[in-house]
Design a protein. Structure first.
Length: 654
């Protein structure tokens, strides 16, 4: 067992709180929590769910060293507050004091920048049902296993008193919180804890707000009543020859990074962290990189920070990115130069000073006047044309085709316009020629001035690499016609296997996505990480799968299958290329640009026309838009299901 560091112990107890009813007196404790930033308390959700499931706005109390204040629930991860057993990934809640945090000065725990699951010794803090409420000594325990993505298994032979749920698990070596107590084991000793990395599940805005407040508070070097602060007590190299990145360096860097505008997406942070490491990848899966601090946390080998030059190079990248977008970063730039002078190996200073943004992250040149975005029609919101490509049962290399039209008025149903009447179907190479006359005729009749009717092509997922957006329906295009189908109108793919009545998983995810205020790219599959259905099922609704590889074979096909099986209705991928490959700079460019595209959306329905606009720019020879040329889009709206297989032919629309 580890010896308790008395000074670190005093800080941890000062930041730990008791959560209890709003009424005065010493009523029974609900559980424990701890301050992570001024006015912000982190706890497990089940401490609050029993008391707040009828009224989430109910006020309660937070009591700790020098603090006894009113508080309310800010956010929890629960999807069903009434369930008896709360999953690990949902058992987290953020609480805020109702008044001004400056009226209740308090200590704050130190949160790590490394998103790794802890192994080894921990000191566990929490409330106690009788005075003095906070344990005089921590429970000394050990993490000896993990469960799923966010579960920490606490080794047996440790008995937890009641009231510790929600209390922090502190790594005695680094002084950082690594988790929260979830539960004791039923009729056993030991227990379970929730990893601190689950904080990211609160979403971009909340996570960024809390972590920025945390880093600013610690960056001011607050001193406790005992004269200590967290950084002074953390194990690690001290200021010396300048080669080592010290806890003090880390504190100052995170404070300065917190002052920058937030990065636009995970891909930007990932690319710059990899460049800072000279493209030597970090082990394991990449977490959601929602802040600049998350990239800082990738610059370690195990628990040991890399040479300070790697960190300074990363900070330089963050500063250059901010400056290229018109942001303010002078304080950070001055500190980088000041810190660099302490590094003894002067020939390597240019490794930092000459660091420049990779091509993928340079600002895209302006593309001229802002174009009007036409939202993709939902049910009853406008017309669509759909082409269904059904493989011949006896010869899947051939297709029977159908062309359907939906007027898009209230209560309208799709109508079959024309269908393949051959006995053997059509080969892929002959498909455009077979569709050219009937499809082009229908599109010309249904297009309105300035509003070309969108085209949906439904085909088996194994054929998602069909370059539909490159089709040309006319032998000779007019001079002002872009020519390629995808440059003129919204062209999207749909899954033929989903025709007919939509399932609940697909419908629920689509409904949740349409309510999202912001979208970002989700890079799949991740190299070296085994894909599993749970990750796709639990993915945030603002995430859109993006693949820099084809969707019809290899790992890309498996990723697309998992996405479809777990209800995803939107995805972007690069058609063609190799099924298994080492990502190049072109892959980085695709992910960054796709992330930027998704970040511009005011709603999910804007995506098809935003992509159409980029395809038009490609046809107009805008070189900066070429990254999107091989990009395909799945936009599969369950509210407008494809006609079922047994749908009979109806009269063709006039």
């Amino acid at each position: 067992m580890t010896r308790v560091n008395e000074r670190l112990d005093a800080l941890a107890r000062a930041a730990t709180v008791q959560i209890l009813d709003a009424g005065g007196g010493d009523g029974p404790t609900w559980g424990s929590g701890f301050f992570v930033a001024p006015g912000w308390v982190l706890t497990v959700a089940h401490v609050l769910s029993t008391h707040l499931k009828g009224d989430r706005q109910k006020e309660f109390r937070v009591r700790g060293v020098g603090v006894d204040a009113a508080a309310r629930l800010e956010q929890w991860l629960l999807t069903d507050p009434g369930r008896a057993r709360i999953p690990l990934e949902e058992d987290l809640a953020l609480v805020r004091l109702t008044g001004d945090p400056e009226d209740h000065p308090h200590e704050c725990m130190w949160l790590p920048d490394r998103a790794v699951q802890h192994f080894g010794a921990v000191h566990v803090y929490g409330s106690y049902p009788v005075p003095p409420y906070i344990h005089e000594r921590p429970v000394i325990a050990e993490i000896n296993g993990h469960e799923d993505t966010y579960g920490l298994i606490i080794k047996p032979d440790i008995e937890f008193p009641s009231g510790l749920s929600g209390g922090p698990l502190v790594d005695p070596d680094s002084g950082a919180v690594v988790g929260l107590v979830k539960s004791r084991r039923v009729q056993k000793d030991g227990g379970m804890a929730v990893s601190i990395s689950a904080l990211r599940r609160f979403g971009e805005e909340t996570y960024r707000t809390v972590m920025a407040a945390h880093d600013r508070w610690h960056g001011e070097e607050p001193v406790s009543e005992a004269g200590d602060n967290w950084i002074d007590l953390q194990a690690g190299p001290r200021a010396g020859d300048g080669e080592r990145w010290t806890p003090g360096d880390r504190r100052e860097a995170l404070r300065l990074l917190a002052s920058l505008p937030t990065p636009p997406d995970t891909h930007t942070v990932e690319i710059l962290a990899a460049r800072a490491r000279s493209n030597n990848r970090w082990p394991g899966e990449t977490p959601a990189l929602l802040t600049w601090r998350d990239g800082h946390g990738l610059l370690y080998e195990g628990t040991h920070p890399l040479d300070s030059l790697a960190f300074l190079r990363y900070l330089r990248f963050a500063a250059e990115y901010t400056r290229s977008r018109g942001g303010e970063c002078e304080e950070l730039s001055r500190w980088i130069e000041k810190r660099l002078r302490r590094h003894p190996y002067r020939p390597m200073h240019d490794f930092v000073r000459e660091a420049s943004l990779p091509q993928a992250l340079l600002p895209a040149p302006g593309a001229g006047p802002e174009r009007i975005v036409i939202p993709y029609p939902g049910p009853g919101e406008g017309p669509t044309v759909a082409v269904l490509l059904d493989p011949v049962i006896d010869d899947p290399s051939r297709f029977f085709w159908q062309i359907w039209f939906d007027e898009g008025g209230p209560g309208s149903e799709p109508e079959l316009v024309e269908a393949d009447d051959s006995a053997d179907g059509v080969l892929p190479r002959d498909l455009v020629q077979a569709l050219r006359a009937p499809l082009n005729d229908l599109l010309r009749r249904k297009d309105r001035a300035g509003r070309p009717v969108p085209l949906e092509v439904a085909l088996p997922a194994g054929l998602f690499d069909t370059a539909v957006h490159r089709w040309r329906l006319e032998d000779i295009a007019e001079l002002d016609d872009p020519g390629a189908l995808g440059a003129r109108r919204g062209v999207v793919l749909r899954s033929l296997e989903r025709r007919g009545e939509p399932d609940k998983l697909w419908t629920d995810r689509w409904q949740a996505m349409t309510a999202e205020p912001r979208f970002r790219g989700w890079r799949i599959p991740v190299r070296g990480v085994v894909q599993n259905a749970r990750d796709y099922h639990n993915a945030d609704h603002g995430l859109v799968p993006v693949m820099c590889r084809p969707a019809g074979c290899g790992a890309g096909q498996n990723a697309m299958r998992l996405a479809l099986e777990n209800g995803h209705g939107v995805a972007l991928w690069r058609i063609g290329g190799q099924a298994a490959h080492i990502c190049s700079d072109d892959c980085d460019t695709l992910h960054v640009r796709a992330g930027t595209l998704l970040g511009t959306l005011g709603s999910l329905a804007e995506l098809p026309d935003r992509l159409r606009s980029i395809r038009q720019e490609i046809s107009e020879q805008h070189a900066e838009s070429r990254w999107a040329e091989p990009l395909a889009l799945l936009y599969d709206d369950p509210r407008r299901p494809l006609p079922a297989e047994d749908s009979g032919p109806l009269d063709a629309p006039l």
